[in-house]
Ligand binder design. Structure first.
Ligand code: HDE
Length: 702
């Protein structure tokens, strides 16, 4: 830090998490109990005054009225009353983690960004993943886009890439954002439905905004229900600029590619996961990082110049369009690793304030009208949400490089300029910071000419060509999921006309898809197709990069096997199966009829992670059922056990069986086993099974 840089330190030491509990001690005052923090620190008020009693308000006599004089009570209660801050208007439900970014391929020829000048440069990072529509307490597996917001604490200031897990957006102009968000969130009169797009208001809006059709194909695809944050791609969405030291500019699009591969769940699973574990995605990220299995993404860039932009079929400033990787390859330049959970959710994940305006020298904006609007919106939102302009003083938002300016005062000011000078220019000897004409951020001097009008560029009017390209890039299984999702969502619309208006857009994307959805909704005939506003681009080649199944994981690493067990199983075989999962870096949970666990045939105890109704098979990537004859008999009388088996099979999961376990499946109505069902007899079978599980699902099951 330079001498002039502010010395900002949080004044309260963050308490380290303490996973163990101690037996509560009696206070001896009315029988109440309290827990002593293990480090034995003395409880104080926020002013630091030692507290003698944290159980009782000050009273006039044991049965007398409480006294206003009790400053400790007042402070504690007032603080509690103010614990909530406004939740984010969108992306309210989110989960963050810390990590680092490391440059793996320097690109000084493209950008002067300090971080990207040299291979091996490393900076701290904070990432917050989120759903968009739901409120803060909504469930994780809503069908929705996911936010993928990255804050890089670089040596030249904070660089925020505030992206999504989908490379395009619903709308083209920021003017429409409040309408889009109002339409998807709960209806204002009844305040439902929450965290879902399957309702009239959303589809009404979409049917009248064909520019949304491309992104709708993405949200209706499996991208809308990711298996976890760890298995998602991230995209900067807009076209940005890189500017090098010579002042030359290139266009750039940002991609985060998960090393874990891409993976999603099925809709029926998503619905059930939301009930079984509404925090499924949170728990997954927390669990993986705590287990030392740090998720990692590569940062890729698609770089192109004006010549490409001028000849591309679509406008590169249009956020409803992407540039296929086959046209402009993604060059990997760095890696992002999340290796640390937060100490405190509120302090970091809730208070982190991303702003698209946060860029660093060497990076610049383009005139994408959505991006321009976002640059305005985010700062405004943070000031409101965090209560004032000093949100940059909160540790998670503060730069980790030297900073110095003359902004002062306001709510919660932690840093004000030292000394007499708080303006510039000034003639004081110690006059504070000065602008740096050479090294400071300069905007790329793009020449601009045009009439001031409320308009959109002509090329923006092609709403279907890339939606078709996306659909055609999917495997048959994925195409089926898109049709199912559209049928599901539109079946939730009460107004027939809205259903018809949406389906009228589909023939422009794919006639088979349109027919399937029309049939699925029980229409007697296809609605008259909506006429495209502009001639579509024919012959766009399918792009493999757009499919999840073509980019899935190639091993069971980072994924979870659920083993349903009963008393009397072969403990050696269980150990072999657990070892086989461990060998490839996967995780195991044991599910048993009671949380107390089971005893193996040789009398050894095995503890359980879940009781059967708390561990349905939807929570696992693959399952095994190990049970001798009497165990199966018992399981077959338990509805959750039958559901475990029936769902695992219906969700095309790889399944392993030992003993008489197949009888549980028969009891659940599954009689015909296929090659996705394995019998485990010995160690080698376990390894073979886990190897097969490397593929995402046994899709042949249909
Ligand atoms: Fe956002 N968006 N957005 N958005 N957005 C917010 O900022 C907004 C858009 C995205 O984890 C808000 O802090 C406008 C596109 C993420 O904290 C708000 C427009 C993309 C997050 C806001 C868009 C995003 C937000 C709400 C259209 C993908 C969560 C609270 C012009 C590239 C960040 C907040 C986090 C959050 C405005 C469109 C991603 C209101 C006006 C496109 C990941 O400022």
């Amino acid at each position: 830090m330079s001498e002039k840089s502010p010395q900002f330190r949080p004044s309260i030491e963050t308490q380290k998490s303490n996973e163990t509990t101690e037996r509560p001690e009696k206070t001896g005052q009315g029988g109440e109990t309290h827990q002593q923090s293990s480090d034995g620190a003395r409880l104080t008020t926020a002013q630091g005054v030692p507290v003698s009693d944290n159980q009782n308000t000050l009273k006039a006599g044991p049965r007398g009225p409480a006294l206003l004089e009790d400053f400790h009570f007042r402070e504690k209660m007032f603080h509690f009353d103010h614990e909530r801050i406004p939740e984010r208007v969108v992306h309210a439900r989110g989960y963050g983690a810390r990590g680092y970014f490391e440059t793996t391929d320097a690109i000084p020829e493209l950008t002067s960004a300090h971080l990207l000048q040299e291979k091996g440069r490393k900076v701290p990072a904070f990432v917050r993943f989120s759903t968009v529509a739901g409120n803060k307490g909504s469930m994780d597996l809503a069908r929705d886009a996911r936010g993928f917001a990255v804050k890089l604490y670089t040596e030249e200031g904070n660089w925020d890439i505030v992206g999504n897990n989908i490379p395009v957006f619903f709308i083209q102009d920021a003017m429409k954002f409040p309408d889009l968000v109002h339409s998807v969130k709960e209806a204002p009169d009844r305040a439902f439905p929450q965290a879902q797009s399957a309702h009239d208001n959303f589809w009404d809006f979409i049917s009248l905004m064909p520019e949304a059709m491309h992104m709708v194909m993405w949200t209706m695809s499996d991208r809308g229900i990711p298996r976890s944050f760890r298995f998602m791609e991230g995209f900067g969405v807009h076209t940005f600029r890189f500017v090098n030291a010579e002042g030359e500019s290139h266009f750039v699009k940002f991609h985060w590619k998960p090393k874990q591969g891409l993976q999603s769940v099925l809709w029926d699973e998503a619905v059930k996961i939301n009930g079984a574990d509404p925090d499924f995605h949170r728990r997954d990220l927390w669990g993986a990082i705590q287990a030392g299995d740090f998720p990692e993404w590569e940062l890729g860039v698609q770089v192109f110049d004006d010549a490409f932009a001028d000849t591309f079929d679509f406008d590169v400033l249009d956020a409803t369009k992407l540039i296929p990787e086959e046209d402009v390859p993604v060059r990997i330049i760095g890696r992002l690793v999340l290796d640390s959970v937060v100490d405190n959710f509120f302090a970091e994940t809730e208070q982190v304030a991303f702003c698209t305006q946060n860029i660093v020298p060497g990076v610049d904006f383009t005139n994408d009208p959505l991006l321009q609007g976002r640059n305005f919106s985010y700062l405004d939102t943070q000031i409101k949400r965090l209560g004032g302009p000093n949100f940059t003083h909160i540790p998670v938002n503060a730069p980790k490089c030297p900073f110095a300016h003359f902004q002062q005062d306001g709510h919660m000011a932690m840093y004000n300029p030292a000394g007499r000078a708080n303006y510039e220019p000034n003639s004081w000897k110690d006059g504070g910071p000065r602008a740096d004409a050479e090294g400071g951020f300069t905007t790329y001097p793009e020449a601009i000419e045009g009439e001031k009008r409320k308009v959109r560029a002509e090329l923006f009017a092609d709403h279907y060509s890339q939606a078709r390209q996306f659909y055609q890039s999917q495997t048959e299984v994925e195409q089926g999921h898109i049709a199912d999702a559209l049928i599901f969502e539109l079946s939730k619309c009460e107004v027939l006309d809205i259903r018809k208006r949406v389906v009228a857009h589909l023939p422009n994307i794919d006639t088979d898809l349109a027919q399937t959805v029309s049939d699925g909704l029980g229409f007697d005939e296809m609605p008259e197709p909506d006429a495209p506003r502009r001639d579509m681009v024919e012959g766009l080649k399918p792009s493999d990069a757009l499919s999840i199944l073509k980019n899935g994981p190639d091993s069971f690493k980072g994924r979870k096997l659920g083993i349903l067990v009963t008393d009397g199983i072969d403990g050696g075989l269980l150990a072999s199966l657990q070892q086989a999962v461990k060998d490839v870096g996967g995780m195991v949970e044991i599910i048993a009829p009671t949380i107390g666990g089971i005893k193996t045939s040789d009398g050894k105890s095995v503890s359980a992670d879940q009781k059967i109704d708390g561990g349905p098979s939807v929570l696992y990537d693959a399952v095994a059922v190990m049970a001798p004859a009497d165990g199966v008999k018992k399981l077959a009388t338990m509805h959750p056990a039958k559901g475990f088996a029936a769902d695992a099979f219906a969700h095309a999961k790889f399944i392993a069986l030992t003993g008489e376990a197949e009888k549980l499946f028969h009891a659940a109505g599954v009689d015909d086993f296929d090659d996705g069902v394995f019998r485990l007899e010995g160690k080698d079978d376990c390894a073979d099974f886990i190897q097969a599980c490397g593929k995402m699902r046994f899709w042949q099951r249909g």
